[in-house]
Structures are given as C-alpha cells and as structure tokens.
Design a protein around this ligand. Structure first.
Ligand SMILES: C[S@@+](CC[C@H](N)C(=O)[O-])C[C@H]1O[C@@H](n2cnc3c(N)ncnc32)[C@H](O)[C@@H]1O
Length: 245
C-alpha cells in the first residue's frame, strides 16, 4: 500500500494498514462500531482515557455551561463530564447503535447522528468541545479541528484525547471481536503530532496542555493481557484554546 496525498492539507495520509501486523479483516467506522456497540463498554480499555481525563488541569469542568462531545459513542465521556459538573452536553456520532447507548445514559441535552467534520450543531455556542478515541478513524484532521473551532466561543477549549500513534505504528490498530469470536479491525489512520499542531494552528487554536499516558503496573490492573506493552505510550490528550475574536 502506498501513501496518498490529502485533499486539503497536501500531507500524506497514513493508513494504519501500512503498519498492521495483525491483518484482521478491515471495516469502516460506522459498520465496525455498529457491530461493536453492544459489547463496546464491556471491552474498551478504560485506561486509555480515564487517567488522562483525571490528570487535566487546564479545564475547570464546573465552569462549563455547554459542551459538544464529538464522536460521543455510547456516552462514556458525556457521563464523565456530567459527573464533573459540566451542565449541558450535546453529542454527535456517526453510528446510531453507539448513540443508543448514549441516550440510555440520560446525560445529554441533545444527540445527533452526524460526521465530526460537519455537525448540525450551532456556531460559537460551546465553551468546551471534546473528542475522545476517534481521531484515528479520520483520514485527515483539518476538518474536525475546523469544526471544533466553529463550535467554540472565543476562549473555549477543544480537548482531543486519542489512541497513541506509537501503537498504530507498531502494528496494533483498533479492533473488536464479533459474537462468534472473529477479530475485526476498524479502519484507522496514523496522525503525527505535527499534523495536530498544523491543523489546530490553521484555525486559531493554541495549545494549553499536552499529556501522554504510558502503560505502568497500575494501568495493567485494568487490562492484564496488555502486559507485553508495559512502558509503551498508549494514549494522549491535547487541550487547545480558541483564540478570542
Ligand atoms: C472508540 S469509539 C469512542 C467513543 C467515545 N468517545 C468513547 O470514548 O467511548 C469511536 C467513535 O467514533 C465514532 N466515529 C468514527 N468516525 C466518525 C466520524 N467521522 N464522525 C462521527 N463519529 C465518528 C464511532 O462511531 C465511535 O462511536
């Protein structure tokens, strides 16, 4: 497989298939999460996001009046935000089966089926935008950064938390198991941190916090089977602030 050029940024799009060592069948995001939705919460590694969310210092959650959760999935992040004082949360996701899980949590003001690159949400209406564990499914980052910048008020924050590119480049793309046990990969792309930086700066977002989560002994208690990856960086979080005006 060859690299292909992105339509808008001129960068090379890095399909994770370039590095894939597992070679499971690959499906698109909506089809894959449509199948995974039922068992998603029981199987997703909570160590990917919870330690990073708890470590963030740049966002005062209980000052946030309204938040847009992009690729909200089954609403895990929405539930976390609500529990930490965020008052009104709107969620968008491309997979209706994932949104059904979010609706059941009863923490969202509004839930919509939609693409993170072009949501039906109002402009300049949110103090906080979040996107957790979804950027690897986007071929390009420019559109979602532009969308987050559109949704935010001046001074608002975009918190993007993702699966670490180090794992993807070591051949371990996001995957799930069908009811019969067959492993399936969900199409993923590698984004280097410079791509995040360029996409964010191009739409008036400035970096205020950047953390990475490395697998340690405490982390392994939540997913003991990941012991071969001890000391690997597994996830990251970037917090951007929308420039005023
Ligand atoms: C790993 S799940 C993360 C869900 C949730 N944020 C969480 O942390 O549990 C990835 C989610 O991204 C959604 N997704 C992938 N590509 C998308 C796109 N282009 N627009 C909207 N949602 C998308 C999937 O449907 C899925 O719900």
């Amino acid at each position: 497989m060859a690299l292909r050029e992105a339509m808008t940024s001129g960068r090379q799009i890095m399909d994770a298939a370039l590095f894939d060592k597992r070679r499971y069948p690959v499906v698109g995001a909506a089809a894959g999460y449509g199948e995974w939705a039922e068992s998603y919460e029981a199987t997703v590694a909570v160590g990917l996001d919870t330690p990073l969310l708890e470590a963030l210092t740049s966002i005062r959650w209980d000052d946030v009046g309204s938040a847009a959760d992009l690729a909200c999935g089954t609403g895990r992040t929405g539930a976390w935000l609500a529990a930490h004082g965020v008052r009104a949360i709107d969620g968008v996701d491309i997979t209706p089966q994932m949104l059904a899980g979010a609706a059941a949590k009863r923490v969202f003001r509004l839930l919509q089926v939609g693409d993170v690159a072009a949501t039906p949400l109002p402009t300049a209406a949110y103090q906080l935008c979040t996107m957790v564990l979804a950027d690897e499914h986007l071929a390009e980052l420019g559109p979602v950064y532009r969308e987050a910048a559109r949704l935010l008020v001046g001074g608002g924050h975009f918190m993007l938390l993702g699966y670490h590119p180090f794992f993807l480049m070591n051949g371990l793309p996001t995957h799930y198991h069908r009811a019969g046990g067959e492993a399936i990969t969900i199409r993923s792309y590698v984004h280097l941190f410079s791509e995040h930086h360029d996409a964010a700066r191009a739409c008036g977002l400035s970096l205020v916090e950047f953390r990475e989560c490395v697998i340690d002994e405490a982390w392994l208690k939540t997913k003991p089977k990941w012991r071969p990856f001890l000391n690997w960086p597994v996830s990251f979080v970037l917090v951007w602030r929308r420039d005023a005006g």
